[in-house]
Design a protein around this ligand. Structure first.
Ligand code: PEP
Length: 248
């Protein structure tokens, strides 16, 4: 059974600017979605986004967070700073950060702790790459990512999400089928129960990301263990994103 309204999150990556903020805000503002909707623009636009969406229910979040609290870490942004400027969530361990910026399961764990302590909802991204998929290693990869990033968290009264994003589906137009996603989400739920205990696992929403479009959103969300969507490319078209949110 679904625990709460689906969560649909836009990940703009290194895209967008003032124009996209204005058109995106215009396309989601004053619409009433049944889904909970979040947008993660690049850091520099977070404050503007928060201001524009001040009187709405739309959440604003970041695409990353520092594993450090403060100090001599040039270029970093802490969880406390993100909270202060109005973020409510942050993505952690996106595959692009794992591949290109050397993030690993241990840094994800620290970042999740920092986010939780500072009142941000972490969205931990996990998923196998093409080669691992071809070799049938999906569950092994997820097992490692989840068991290393999630132990010993203080989750009482806090929210945590997992985004299953098979790397072979990100930005490729080749989304996983709804049945494939359901099977993997069921496995993730099972491992969450093992790591966090059943009660805490029940509260964790599991999102799917990877070439989500308005055409496949409904069938993905119809799956019993799909609690929401993480949308990359399609979220850069404000009308398209608003349609996905409406479908959800
Ligand atoms: C992502 O990178 O988080 C993502 C889901 O991308 P896309 O929707 O473009 O596949």
């Amino acid at each position: 059974m679904k625990k709460r309204a689906p969560l649909v999150v836009a990940n703009w990556k290194l895209n967008g600017g003032t124009d996209l903020i204005c058109t995106s805000v215009a396309s989601v503002l004053n619409k009433s979605f049944k889904a909970e909707v979040g947008i993660a623009p690049p850091y520099v636009y977070i404050s503007d986004m928060v201001n524009f969406l001040r009187n709405s229910n739309i959440l604003v979040g970041s695409q990353n967070v520092s594993k450090f609290a403060s100090g001599a870490f040039t270029g970093e942004t802490s969880a406390q700073m993100l909270k202060e400027v109005g973020c409510t969530f942050c993505l952690i361990g996106h595959s692009e950060r794992r591949q290109m910026f050397l993030e690993n399961d241990a840094s994800c764990h620290t970042k999740i702790e920092r986010a939780l302590v500072n009142g941000l909802m972490p969205i931990l991204c996990v998923g196998e790459n093409d080669q691992q998929y071809e070799l049938g290693l999906t569950q092994d990869i997820l097992y490692r990512q989840l068991h290393q990033a999630l132990p010993n968290l203080e989750l009482q009264g806090k929210r945590l999400c997992i985004a299953y994003e098979p790397v072979w589906a990100i930005g490729t137009g080749k989304a996983a089928s709804a049945e494939q996603v359901q099977e993997v989400h069921q496995y993730i739920y099972q491992e969450l129960c093992a790591i966090l205990g059943e009660e805490a696992a029940e509260g964790v929403q599991i999102l799917y990301g990877g070439s989500v479009k308005k055409d496949n959103a409904a069938e993905l969300l119809a799956m019993p263990n799909v609690d929401g969507l993480l949308v990359g490319g399609a979220s850069l078209d404000p009308e398209h994103f608003a349609q996905i949110c409406t479908i959800a």
